[in-house]
Design a protein around this ligand. Structure first.
Ligand code: TNX
Length: 508
């Protein structure tokens, strides 16, 4: 028998009745749902049809179907929207029951149903994830799961500035991260090496800034249609896109595109190296603020999510007083355009941030230099924190000395085990209640292809996803590295079926 509960991230509660016959999906199986859940029912059908080849008709009705104890045909999957939350699972939680009598997922929202579907996928044999039809016993172990997330912000970040990844690649990445119940994708859209989002009235940004990347490759950028496609593909999987425009440093691509942003009036050359900290906007010039007005307005317009990230990291070429004033003003500009600002923790040097500005912490588990104070400044100003401790959550670190790609500056290499064994609330204990969630960033200086992305992201994102979703280690005897590594081993053939070649020695 397969490992009974190889679900990642670990569910809050799972019961496996010993010896109970499994749920069996057959050519006669149907997917039953209310009209309001038709999109998730259709999504589930498309996931299950690929490899089973079954018709899996979706049948929806206006009214919720009664929980089908005994009345279900035995092979059907019922998606049950329980607006009264009788199961007590909250806004994103779900209950999943599989048995010989059928499969029922209950949740208060379509998001909860979607997360239940991700767990159900993992109860079937790994071949389910193959992209062509095969024959197998499509059985899911009889089990009952009640599950809800620990944190509401469960993020991954993709740097599309150092190396560009087009909308198709970003959509493929969304499909992969959704499996682990990640609900935010932060896109690092601009940096010294490239500007990746088109801005109304500023075509030079993408004409010039979009045409470079690390090592002199062709670069690229998202048209409005591309960006909309990404946003919609994310939304269909209950993932919010956080756009980042990195300011006031990391701006060589903008400075190279628009000569008027440079005090000399002359644009610098494009930059295709990997140094950081050499560029800066002129924080006092009218041209800078006219540019920022256009950029923030249009990025806000293209992004339906609540957040807009304005960077603020490593602005070593900006005079400190100018930097402090700049990040305060930039945060207020973002807020004026109706978005909640997010900034890297350095911006906490300002005590004049727009109320509620969120800080993204990227120092280590043990805060270095003045990073703790800068991060806590966001909390003092009414904001919350996203934790991305670089020594455990940075996906671009090497796994070990044999890793062919990756960096190691953040106390690397970083093993899968290190990415798993850390606790968010111990980093800044006094701000434990202000933690919005965690995010694992992939910077792409050394990352050139989908295979490179997969190698660095998996399986470490699965480890960080468990920290974001699952209970604290003390609350469950299964929230341990030993249990996780067994589940990860069971996942190896699922990764293969998904077309993912993960990195790291733990799953070789
Ligand atoms: C630091 S941490 C950066 C990025 C680099 C990354 C490489 C932070 C906010 N900035 O500019 O790409 O290290 O690991």
């Amino acid at each position: 028998m397969r490992h009974p509960g190889s679900v990642i991230p670990l569910p809050t509660e799972q019961h496996v009745p010993p010896g109970a016959p499994p749920f069996v999906l057959t050519s006669a199986s149907r997917i039953l749902a209310t009209d309001a859940s038709a999109p998730v029912a259709t999504y589930l059908a498309s996931v299950l049809r690929r490899s089973t080849g079954f018709a899996l008709p979706v049948e929806t009705a206006l009214e919720a179907r009664p929980a089908p104890a005994g009345t279900n045909a035995g092979h059907d999957i019922t998606l049950h929207l329980d607006l009264d939350d009788i199961a007590g699972v909250g806004a994103e939680g779900y209950r999943l029951e599989t048995s010989e009598r059928g499969c029922v997922i209950t949740a208060t929202t379509n998001a909860g149903l979607f997360y239940g579907i991700q767990s159900l996928r993992q109860l079937f044999p790994p071949d389910l994830e193959e992209h062509s039809v095969r024959s197998a016993a499509w059985e899911a172990i009889a089990t009952s799961i009640t599950d809800r997330p620990r944190f509401s912000y469960r993020g991954a970040m993709l740097d599309v500035a150092r190396h560009f990844f087009d909308a198709t690649e970003v959509c493929a990445f969304l499909d992969r991260i959704a499996l682990f119940k990640i609900n935010v994708l932060h896109l690092h859209l601009t940096d010294d090496q490239g500007w990746r989002i088109s801005i109304d009235g500023r075509p030079e940004l993408t004409d010039v800034g979009g045409s470079s990347e690390v090592d002199g490759g062709p670069g690229g950028f998202y048209t409005r249609e591309d960006f909309t496609r990404i946003v919609e593909h994310a939304a269909a999987q209950f993932i919010t896109i956080v756009p980042e425009i990195d300011l006031p440093g990391h701006t060589n691509a903008a400075l190279a595109s628009l000569p008027e942003l440079n005090p000399s009036g002359t644009a610098p050359d494009s930059y295709v190296g990997t140094e950081v900290g050499f560029s800066s906007l002129d924080t006092h010039s009218d041209a800078t603020w006219a540019f920022l007005g256009d950029v923030i307005r249009d990025v806000a317009a293209q992004s339906p999510g609540p957040w807009l990230h304005f960077g603020g990291d490593e602005s070593h070429a900006t005079p400190p007083d100018d930097y402090r004033e700049f990040v305060g003003r930039a945060s207020r500009l973002v807020a004026e355009h109706g978005k909640v600002p997010i900034a890297w923790h350095e911006a906490g040097i300002s005590s004049d941030l727009a109320p509620g500005t969120i800080g993204q912490y990227w120092s280590y588990r043990v805060p270095q230099d003045d990073s703790a104070d800068r991060a806590l400044s966001f909390v003092r100003q009414g904001g919350s924190l996203i934790l991305s401790p670089a020594d455990v959550a940075y996906l671009d670190m090497t796994y070990d000395d044999d890793s062919p790609i990756g960096l190691s500056w953040a106390d690397g290499p970083t093993s899968v085990r290190e990415s798993y064994e850390w606790e968010p609330t111990t980093i800044l204990p006094e701000a434990a209640s202000a933690i919005l969630g965690v995010e694992a960033p992939l910077w792409t200086e050394t990352v050139r292809s989908r295979a490179d992305i997969d190698y660095l992201v998996f399986p470490r994102l699965a480890a960080v996803a468990e920290i974001a979703w699952s209970v604290v280690p003390d609350a469950s005897e299964r929230r341990t590295w030993e249990d996780f590594s067994i589940r990860l081993e069971a996942f190896a053939s699922r990764f293969r079926a998904l077309g993912i070649r993960p990195g790291g020695p733990a799953v070789d």
